[in-house]
Design a protein around this ligand. Structure first.
Ligand code: PLP
Length: 476
């Protein structure tokens, strides 16, 4: 079965044309761009071309673009670099509650350093009310950071309106455009932003390279001490091949933006419409229209994302629960929580993010699997029978050993029923699941990995597996 990759908000594959452009800079043109000889100046010229390509993507001047190691560093540099450079003027910053952790954690660090931080709420669709920005402004506010579009639910913010408010108040505005740059039009002047973060691997460029746009005249201090690369704002020898790749990826995104986003948003709308017509307990997160072309974020009734992701994974569908950076956290996402979604519902979130190479047939397969997941999840437990209930004494405490027969059950049923059994068991009890779907073993192993439970033994006999798991206390 061909796998379906629908996790493009986490990362995109490097475009072969980008890779081709990068290749000579590993071998022939390997120079250090700070060297003054021919080999060095070739690398320097290529970097400056890439800088112009990024600048063109966001309607900036090339000298306003600084290369970083990615979106995370760009966000850190914007918040900490600007706040530390400007602290004599004021020590109050404003961020939204649904920012990426690169922004939220930077703000938290600044708070520990004595800055005051206001965190703006969002509505049920994940939108920041620009008037809340206005209300949060103080005399000593120096910086506002509101993301262009959210990576989990895809809602696009009215950054232009926030830009107008910031300008009127004379406060600097940063936006994290990691999910939008290369995907929808981003114009630093139209948005009225003073700083903007980008990341190459979100638009078919390589990983580990990004950029921060800093409007001319805005002063920030570097976070790294060292050489004077990037006009003294980012020390360290440049990652030349990656920067070249980012430039070419930016150029391709710019020329292909309309055709890509028309295709991708068609797939998004097909999936949304199909899901909403399934008439199952599936709800869409985020704004129906003001959203990224690629993003479909849904809550799946009471099915926890660990299980639905495993079920999809066993059918070779690679989706996610939201942010790739926090997908191993067993906590509801801060974004859904800020949107007022209750924890149990938030734990059922699934995110599909399409890319330029996905197809309508793939959307049909995803819908089919979602239908299966919902159908099997609602089947009563009688479909898997308890064949044995035993007990053992461990340190004079009685522990249960339960054997469940899940033979003949299509995956993810064995896992869903394992979870159901586990909910009623005590720490130290053991569950043995007997299954015969070929996907059962990897599904159960994945479930154990996600939930932190303990595998005692796995025995195989022909197509049958006996999977024993002990319930252990999980520290999240
Ligand atoms: N900001 C947003 C909105 C993101 O989605 C991401 C990555 O997922 C980042 C920042 C971090 O970017 P990078 O992976 O390049 O560090």
């Amino acid at each position: 079965m061909n796998s379906i990759y629908v996790d493009h908000a986490a990362t995109t594959p490097t475009d072969p044309r980008v890779l081709e452009a990068m290749r000579p800079f590993f071998t022939f043109h390997f120079g250090n761009p700070s060297s003054t000889h021919r080999v060095g100046t070739t690398a320097r010229e290529a970097i400056e071309k890439a800088r112009s390509q990024i600048a063109s993507l966001i309607n900036a001047a090339p000298e306003e673009v600084y290369f970083t190691s990615g979106g995370t560093e760009a966000d850190n540099l914007a918040l900490k670099g600007y706040a530390l450079a400007t602290c004599a003027k004021g020590r109050h910053i404003i961020v939204s509650s649904i920012e990426h952790h690169a922004v939220l954690h930077s703000a938290e660090t600044l708070r520990k350093l004595g800055f005051e931080v206001s965190i703006l709420p969002v509505d049920g669709l994940g939108r920041v009310d620009p008037q809340d920005v206005n209300r949060a402004l103080r005399k000593n506010t120096i910086l506002i950071s509101v993301m262009h579009a959210n990576n989990e639910v895809g809602t696009v913010q009215d950054v232009a309106e926030i830009g107008r408010i910031a300008k009127e108040a004379g406060v600097i505005l940063h936006t994290d455009a990691v999910q939008t740059a290369g995907s929808i039009p981003v114009d630093v002047n139209g948005l009225g932003v003073d700083m903007l973060s980008l990341s190459a691997h979100k638009f078919y460029g390589p990983k580990g390279v990004g950029a921060l746009y800093v409007r001319k005249g805005v002063k920030i201090i570097p976070l790294l001490d060292g050489g004077i690369q990037e006009h003294g704002l980012r020390a360290g020898t440049e990652n030349v091949p990656a920067i070249i790749g980012m430039g070419v990826a930016a150029q391709l995104s710019q020329t292909e933006m309309v055709s890509r986003s028309t295709h991708i948003s068609k797939l998004r709308d097909l999936l949304i419409e199909a899901i909403l017509h399934l008439d199952l307990d599936i709800t869409l997160n985020g704004h129906r229209y003001e959203r990224l072309p690629c993003n479909v974020s849904v809550c799946l009734g009471k099915i926890r994302y660990q299980e639905s992701l495993q079920a999809l994974n066993s059918k070779s569908i690679c989706a996610s629960s939201g942010s790739a950076c926090t997908s191993h956290a067993l906590k509801p996402s801060h974004v859904l929580t800020a949107m007022g979604i209750l924890p149990e519902k938030a734990m059922s979130v699934l995110r599909f993010t399409f890319g330029k190479d996905n197809t309508e047939t793939e959307v049909e397969r995803i819908v089919e699997e979602l239908r299966n997941i919902m159908k099997f999840a609602s089947m009563p437990f009688q479909h898997a029978s308890i064949v044995k209930e035993d007990s053992k004494l461990i340190q004079s405490e009685e522990k249960k050993i339960i054997t469940v027969d899940a033979k003949g059950l299509y995956c993810p049923m064995p896992v869903l029923k394992t979870r159901e059994m586990f909910d009623s068991m005590n720490i130290g009890d053991t569950l043995q699941v007997i299954a015969d779907d070929p996907a059962a073993e990897s599904d159960l192993q994945n479930w154990v990995r996600f939930t932190g439970q303990k595998v005692i033994s796995v025995q195989r006999q022909g197509a049958e597996i006996r999977f024993s798991i002990e319930k252990v206390r999980v520290i999240s």
